[in-house]
Design a protein around this ligand. Structure first.
Ligand code: IMP
Ligand code: MG
Length: 176
């Protein structure tokens, strides 16, 4: 699968403009405060790298890696921690950065987990939102684009761990 063969859903230019806007809003909302940005591996790595470079606040970063039990296509909501945060988050403003909210089960689990560690606040920033497939009531505090029910790749998002390096967000044909 080549990027040139795929339909572009969101272009690199649109993504970059949106990331700048999200960072502006975040910078305004947390003015005068420190922010811990937590990226969910691996899908968020490119989005997070761009986002934090536009945020004009004292920022620290950390990462979590989760694996969901069950098949790769059916999210069970039971999540195993593969990599946890390095430091306690007590008393900190935490911003979770995720590539996409689909059923919402993963983010719901992570947000609950982090809220139980007594942070000052926990908010969610997702590049993409696919609300049509939602199973739990979770709405990202900051969201780049709401998209229809397509499987998409690029800008960090994968299909079988590939295509994360595509610069645009592209639609994977249903038969792929
Ligand atoms: P959820 O628990 O169903 O919300 O799962 C969210 C995770 O599923 C995301 O972090 C992605 O890794 C993956 N995912 C969901 N939809 C897509 C997609 O269209 N492309 C690539 N990954 C996706
Ligand atoms: Mg992922």
């Amino acid at each position: 699968m080549n990027q040139a063969d795929l339909e572009v859903l969101i272009s690199e230019k649109e993504i970059q403009a949106k990331v700048g806007e999200l960072a502006e809003t975040i910078t305004r909302d947390y003015a005068g405060q420190d922010l811990l940005v937590v990226g969910i591996l691996k899908g968020a790595f490119i989005f997070m790298a761009d986002l934090v470079r536009h945020i004009r606040l004292p920022v620290t970063v950390d990462f979590m890696d989760m694996s969901s039990y069950g098949s790769s296509t059916r999210s069970s909501g039971e999540v195993r921690i593969l990599k946890d945060l390095e430091k306690p988050i007590e008393g900190k403003h935490v911003l979770i950065v995720e590539d996409i909210v689909d059923t919402g089960l993963t983010l719901n689990y992570i947000a609950e987990l982090l809220r139980n560690r007594s942070p000052k606040s926990v908010r969610i920033c997702a590049l993409l939102d696919k609300p049509s497939r939602r199973k739990v009531d979770i709405v990202p505090d900051y969201c780049g684009f709401t998209i229809p029910d397509h499987f998409v790749v690029g800008y960090g998002l994968d299909y079988n761990d590939q295509y994360r390096n595509f610069r645009d967000i592209c639609i994977v044909p249903a038969e792929a």
